[in-house]
Design a protein around this ligand. Structure first.
Ligand code: F6P
Length: 385
């Protein structure tokens, strides 16, 4: 009779098997994190696999074993060598509607005899990770997004590099602004939180900084620009976060969002979703509307520069490499200690661990009394209010 296989409790199994996936928007530093996790685990004699294209690759069981050679030379490469996607396993969009495919990912996890799954991503990834942890998977996450809007961590992988890129872009936009006596509006990434626009706007010396957390009044922005003209400065630089909205648009957006949250049936949910989708679609052109409004109100020429995906591209800064390496190596230490269901983040130089349940669904928005906001006020930077 075949001897029954002695079940080795995951915590005590020394030669562990772990998997890594990267999900959501790409960002500089992802490969530094993959490298740190992989090298640390391999040095312990563990087996490391990478799922391709985030949760989609795990669903389709597309994977590769990560050996030392696969990790050599990726520290400085932008993006993610594993690929990424925005698949939501608990709510996979299909032509026939949303389908919960989590059980297929659980099967893949078990087939690979994994001791832990490391998910590197932003807000959406943490929601996905929590939904999978509820199915019994042992998951550890790392915070990644250039938006820096993941709750309960100081840093997210990618933010530091994007901040450098956006700051340099604002520096460069000053040339055309003062040469042509123009208003230049620079759109900076950050749909839900204004960390990138606030940081780059301040570091780049923008005259106006618009973020989602402070709905703006276009007349007050125009007045600030006209005061600059009266003082003899005929150009202005405006750093605009993707998610910055006027007071009126914010009211409409919040009303639709509230209607969705308080909907009592599917029909009401569908109506709210339709209204939100329409507002989001209209918001795409917001910065161009703002540009035309400011031209009309100030008489100055106004031009828009969308920084877009340049902010997520290229080699990570030293700071992102250090953050990714610190979090990645600490992640393996936590798995070795038998921990799961946690995000490995930081509080200054201190590594922190927070239950994923506290991170998922929570946004780290810019507080209106944040030191950077206070600094902007002291400098006389207009914040749209
Ligand atoms: O979440 C990071 C982010 O870069 C946002 O700043 C931006 O709005 C979004 O991703 C763009 O998403 P996608 O890469 O799917 O176009």
């Amino acid at each position: 009779m075949k001897p029954t296989r002695k079940h080795t409790p995951q915590k005590s199994r020394t030669k562990k098997r772990i998997a890594i996936l990267t999900a959501g928007g790409d960002s500089p530093g992802l490969n530094a994190a993959i490298r740190a996790i992989g090298k640390t685990a391999i040095s312990k004699g563990w087996t490391v696999i990478g799922f391709r294209d985030g949760f989609l690759g795990m669903l389709e069981d597309r994977w590769l074993e990560l050996k030392k050679d696969d990790l050599a030379g990726i520290l400085t490469i932008g993006g993610t060598v594993l690929g990424t996607s925005r698949l939501k396993p608990h709510r996979m969009e299909t032509p026939k509607g949303n389908v919960d495919v989590r059980d297929k990912l659980v099967a893949t996890y078990k087939r690979h005899k994994l001791d832990a799954l490391v998910c590197i991503g932003g807000g959406g990834t943490h929601k996905n990770a929590l939904k999978l942890a509820e199915k019994g998977l042992r998951i550890v996450t790392l915070p990644k997004t250039i938006d820096n809007d993941v709750a309960h961590t100081d840093s997210t992988i990618g933010f530091a590099t994007a901040l450098e890129i956006a700051t340099e872009a604002i520096d460069r936009l000053h040339s055309t602004a003062h040469s042509h006596h123009r208003i230049i509006l620079a759109e900076i990434m950050g749909h839900r939180a204004g960390w990138l626009a606030l940081g780059a706007g301040l570091a780049g010396g923008a005259d106006v900084i618009l973020i989602p957390e402070i709905p703006y009044d276009v007349n007050l922005i125009a007045s600030a620009i006209k005061r600059r003209v009266a003082r003899g400065t005929k150009f202005s630089i405006i750093a605009v976060a993707e998610g910055a909205r006027s007071i009126e648009d914010t009211r409409a957006y919040e009303a639709a969002h509230h209607a969705g949250k308080s909907a009592r049936n599917d029909a009401q949910k569908r109506v709210a979703r339709t209204v939100l989708a329409k507002l989001d679609a209209e918001h795409e052109d917001n910065i161009f509307r703002l540009s035309r409004q400011l031209h009309t109100l100030t008489g100055l020429d106004a031009r828009v520069s969308i920084l877009g995906y340049v902010q997520r591209g290229g080699t990570p800064s030293y700071r992102d490499r250090l953050i990714a390496t610190r979090l990645g190596t600490a992640c393996v230490e936590m798995i070795e200690a038998g921990k799961s269901g946690i995000m490995v983040g930081n509080d200054g130089d201190r590594i922190t661990t927070v239950p994923i349940s506290k991170v998922a669904g929570n946004l780290k928005a810019v507080p209106r009394d944040h030191p950077l906001i206070r600094s902007a006020r002291h400098l006389g930077t207009n914040l749209g209010d």
